[in-house]
Design a protein around this ligand. Sequence first.
Ligand SMILES: *Cc1c(COP(=O)(O)O)cnc(C)c1O
Length: 400
Amino acid sequence: MTSNKPAGEGGKPIREKFLIFGVPRFFQEEIKEMLETLRSGWWGTGPKVLQFEKEFSKYCHSKYAVAVNSATAAMHLGLNVLGIKSGDEVITTPLTFVSTANVIIHSGAKPIFADVDKKTGNIDPKEIEKKINEKTKAIIPVHLYGRPCKMDEITALGKKYNLKIIEDAAHSTEAWYKGKKIGSISDITAFSFYVTKNIATGEGGMLVTDNKKWAETAKIRRLHGMSADAWKRYSNEGYKPYEGVYPGYKYNMIDLQASLGIHQLKRAGANSKIRDKYWQMYSRAFKQISGIIASADDGKDIIHARHLYTINLELEKLKISRNQFIDALKAENIGAGVHFTALHLHKYYRETFGFKKGDFPKAEWIGERTISLPFYPHMSEKDINDVIKAVEKLVNYYRK
Ligand SMILES: *Cc1c(COP(=O)(O)O)cnc(C)c1O
């Protein structure tokens, strides 16, 4: 039995122990803060959320941050406070997580897709402009994998056609675009602290804006639409009368989540250095292998948040499909993911809007070929090298 035979074909796996695709990490600081919160008796929205918001808005160079329980909530709330409603159209990318488009539907508006750049997977401003008409009210660019979209072009379209812009920065907490921190550019930016994201609070998200009125409105509507500061209604400041001023949502972040976020945020800079080092290790190796395409280089003027490292399979050169490749990686004891299969081809979107194969060829091309590899700072260099070895072994074996 040769060592280059895939484990899925009866060979020896590259690793003994399974390498999970993504796992969150915490330290003593998080434990201490969580315990303090638990013992304080104030588990809901309170002082820790206020602290996390303050620190996050500073980190983002933005005036206001409104903590919510997911990026999905932040985007929906964003559309809501911007007044997006039934009859409106909102343009986004088909190469994203389902929730980016779902929230457009929640707001009553219609999601309109614009195809992506084949190299980066980010929405193409030229394709956006083709989709703009009198019903268009907003654009939601997604900074895919952590790479900022072409925000100068997208901002210019917003100005030219009077459109609001909400950035989906679920992958991009640490990203910068032309000297500007992501979160400081558009009307509203949404961040995610879901378990697999670079900063994790279990569930969690942040709506960031420079507009005071939008921030205040979002704060009221994230908590049932109760009048301002109703979260304090049971505090030691005494009973605060409140009234419902809007049929709001249950989107508030709680102090238990913020207890994690406060410390996760402090570690973002140090983690970025490791992520960047691992990124370079992957890129150096994968650029040498015929049969796969390494993640695109950064280009000038951006800082990539290094959330996901993806490769695209050159299917034409291989004997197996992408999904079979992922199964083969699993047999080597390496987990992997797909970000994303093109959204317009998902059941609901196909059936509701009549989308079909061929509508957004570049997003489909990536969606059929992309694989996200394990990529997080608490992996060891050996883990990274195991992934490289496994990918190399499989491509060599299955190359036509
Ligand atoms: C994770 C993710 C979301 C949703 O984030 P939640 O905090 O889980 O709501 C939205 N968009 C993209 C691109 C994501 O990857």
